[in-house]
Ligand binder design. Structure first.
Ligand SMILES: NC(=O)c1ccc[n+]([C@@H]2O[C@H](COP(=O)([O-])OP(=O)(O)OC[C@H]3O[C@@H](n4cnc5c(N)ncnc54)[C@H](OP(=O)(O)O)[C@@H]3O)[C@@H](O)[C@H]2O)c1
Length: 322
């Protein structure tokens, strides 16, 4: 099969277009023909070796955590899916494998694709959508009327988070740069703050949940904008945030770190929201499955200012000739 691999940690140009054997299927696994793969900041962090002390990979490695495609075969113990099902999945670390024509995934990480979305749209959801869902619904427990502030509201996680908060009837303040104000308002935020003009941690308001999807804040920096029982949730896995998570068990205001889980039930819930037109991916660009485009996508990701999501259509140039 066609795939992109890295042979060592390195810059975006470290990828090679190559041929690999189609993965063998384990008893609990499903073989997916990948039609589209979503990109996440995790991809470039693993490619650069930033996470090598916590995510151990061997080379050559196929990166990529988010896919949408068609089921080609199921392992002997899989009862939930069958060939020709259209699915989407999060491929957990350290296995990954999304930047390839085929991937074998444990069935517990796969759900049926939202019927009303394209493969490209569906492939943009897993990590970012699950992170937003698990942060706001599972950790933040937001409900109708909750006052929620979302830092990084125009990014991959943030664009899903604003929509999920709107769907439950929360009052939303989004933080992003000025160029994305109208986008974030359109997704459901009532107030939008340009972080380049105003420090949101100094606002004279209090929120039930502050979701730091950028990962550049702490409980201390957000304390004055949290209500007495408010919850600070962050995607930033820093020493301070780990310590605060433990210490805040004893205080009124809580600090929680997001560690996204590849959960089939949550993917199912996200698909339900999408099919009810309550969740629509924002996609900045769909790339082709060429090395040139893959390099460009990783450069864009590393810039840290993607609007919504980036995805790759798995149209390998010579795939039809095989
Ligand atoms: N721990 C976990 O389980 C987990 C899961 C998912 C993601 N993450 C991490 O969460 C972070 C965000 O992920 P993502 O997929 O949403 O990334 P992304 O798509 O690259 O979005 C980043 C967003 O951050 C905004 N931003 C950049 N600098 C900012 C600043 N100084 N203040 C406020 N906003 C700023 C950008 O908005 P503008 O363009 O408007 O500036 C952009 O929309 C990444 O570091 C990722 O690795 C962690």
């Amino acid at each position: 099969m066609n795939a992109f691999t890295i042979d060592q940690y390195g810059p975006p140009t470290a990828f090679s277009a190559t041929k690999l054997s189609t993965p063998l299927l384990g008893a609990k696994e499903v073989l997916i023909k990948v039609h589209a793969a979503g990109f996440n900041p995790l991809d470039y962090k693993v490619r650069r070796g930033d996470l090598k002390s916590v995510i151990r990979i061997s080379f050559p490695k196929v990166l990529g955590s988010d896919v949408a495609g068609t089921v080609m075969g199921v392992g002997s113990e899989v009862t939930t899916l069958q060939p020709n099902d259209e699915v989407y999945a999060m491929l957990p670390a350290p296995h990954f494998g999304g930047y390839a024509e085929y991937v074998a995934v444990d069935a517990k990480h796969i759900a049926l694709k939202p019927k009303n979305l394209s493969f490209e749209e569906a492939s943009s959801i897993p990590i970012a959508g699950l992170t937003a869902w698990q942060a706001l619904r599972t950790k933040g427990n937001i409900t109708q009327g909750s006052r929620v502030l979302i830092n990084g509201a125009s990014g991959g996680v943030g664009t899903f988070a604003v929509q999920i908060a709107k769907d439950v009837g929360a009052q939303i303040t989004g933080v992003c740069s000025a160029a994305n104000t109208e986008l974030v308002k359109g997704l459901g935020a009532t107030d939008v703050i340009d972080y380049r003009l105003q420090d949101f941690t100094k606002l004279p308001y209090q929120y039930d949940v502050v979701f730091d999807a950028v990962g550049n804040q702490t409980l201390s920096s957000c304390k004055s904008i949290l209500s007495k029982k408010g919850i600070f949730i962050t995607t930033g896995v820093s020493f301070t945030n780990v310590l605060n998570q433990t210490l805040s068990i004893f205080g009124g205001r809580k600090s929680k770190i997001m560690m996204v889980q590849a959960d089939r039930e949550d993917l199912y819930q996200l698909a339900q929201f999408a099919e009810a037109d309550m969740l629509k991916p924002v996609i900045q660009k769909v790339y082709d499955a060429t090395k040139k485009d893959l390099v460009e996508a990783h450069q864009q990701l590393e810039g840290g200012h993607t609007v919504g999501k980036l995805v790759m259509r798995m149209n390998f140039p010579d795939a039809d000739e095989e």
